[in-house]
Ligand binder design. Sequence first.
Ligand code: 13P
Length: 249
Amino acid sequence: MIFAANWKLNKTQKQAQEFFSVFLQSNLLTESLKNKNELIFFPQALLSEQISNIFNQFLKKNTSLKKEYLSWGLQNIFYNNQGAFTGENSALTMKEMGGSFSLIGHSERRTLFNETNKDASKKIKAAQDLNLVPILCFGESLELRQSGEYKKFILNQLSQSLDCTDTSKRIILAYEPIWAIGTGKQASDQDITEIGSLIKEQYPKLELLYGGSVKPSNVKSIVSQKNIDGVLVGGASLDHNMFLELISV
Ligand code: 13P
């Protein structure tokens, strides 16, 4: 099972240090890693070096734990690795620092920064060219859900974003309905099953996460849904106790 933590624009260096000084000491974490759960953290880009160092030290001390089960990535990358692109994040530099994933097309990027499916497609290609794993986020607004047009919208979002994807390489999809993000209202089991079947019919080889108000009290029923390979967690990943509880289902 995949447990991905999207910290968004939260946590200073000091707060990240405090989080990991408790989180990495916990038996719940060791158990979860031994159970082959895959934990991926997405801190703000400025914390990359710190988190890379913290994970390296932890894995050096805990040689029985597999390195690939505890990793990190960026919340966004640019589709060029270098050049005159003021303010962007380089996937190449992240790779050099030990990061191996990137979220792509998160709904906050789409709504606040006008990212399009075309941008997502270029970013997926850039990640795959470096053998990084893209996690493509998709999902409908409340308006689309209520109009009944959401399935068509989702399939269109995916086909446009995945048009240059090399499906022989790993890519993960994350269904995050916008109306469930940060609202406390997660999609129902029925909603998740419906989208899960739709996606797996179309893209049977790709892993699928669910995100949107995932918390310790609902994670069990979400990850036991057929077609769901893990969760992408925002708010509940910021608290070490809550996230430890969550990864222990
Ligand atoms: P919340 O878990 O806070 O709803 O955020 C979900 C999300 O956007 C993860 O990418």
